[in-house]
Design a protein around this ligand. Structure first.
Ligand SMILES: CC(C)(COP(=O)(O)OP(=O)(O)OC[C@H]1O[C@@H](n2cnc3c(N)ncnc32)[C@H](O)[C@@H]1OP(=O)(O)O)[C@@H](O)C(=O)NCCC(=O)NCCS
Length: 156
């Protein structure tokens, strides 16, 4: 196992918005119907969710949005700077997300993988994640602050 050198894992702060948005775009986890600024604000609005960042030499190099819904933990926006992928940062940020959840009494964590993302599947399986053999169904039930955006389209 490779261990990334000198990283600091911390919750996102207001000043990180641009760097995190760039990281998500570079890593390919952004989607046109998801506004990064709105998603970041929503994850930061209360104690049940946050975005954890790994910082190396003052630069944001990995992220994981983590939260609990009263039953399970969930992880989204797991992203590593493409130039640094394969160096242990993904494992490190997932470990931090799991610890965040465990510290709140959550004992199971789930995540969604796009069907065409075989690489991410291999990564998560290496970390011990297993297919639950269930389907994820979704329905848009509100517009919130996103009215006027492409938010009505469905997607994780
Ligand atoms: C997926 C991603 C987060 C993984 O991060 P990473 O830093 O490249 O992964 P790591 O180097 O920490 O790998 C951790 C372990 O998984 C293994 N691994 C990584 N990818 C793997 C794969 N496709 N198949 C099997 N094992 C894999 C590594 O060998 C390593 O094993 P070890 O720690 O036991 O030696 C990163 O590649 C990424 O940002 N991808 C683009 C965005 C994305 O797809 N995110 C997931 C959305 S669901």
């Amino acid at each position: 196992m490779s261990v990334p050198e000198a990283i600091v894992v911390r919750p996102i702060a207001e000043a990180d918005l641009d760097q995190v948005t760039s990281l998500w775009q570079a890593a390919g986890v952004s989607r046109p119907w998801n506004d990064p600024a709105a998603d970041i604000a929503f994850a930061r609005r209360g104690p049940h969710s946050t975005i954890l960042l790994a910082e190396q030499a003052g630069r944001v190099v990995a992220s994981a949005m983590v939260g609990e819904d009263g039953h399970r933990g969930w992880v989204y926006y797991v992203a590593v700077d493409p130039a640094l992928q394969g160096g242990g940062l993904g494992r490190a940020i997932m470990c931090a997300a799991e610890q965040w959840l465990a510290g709140r009494g959550v004992w199971k964590v789930q995540l969604l993988i796009r069907e065409d993302n075989a690489r991410a599947r291999g990564f998560y399986e290496r970390l011990g994640y297993r297919d639950t053999r269930t389907s994820c169904l979704q329905k848009v039930i509100g517009q919130q602050a996103r009215a006027g955006s492409a938010r009505t389209r469905q997607g994780p």
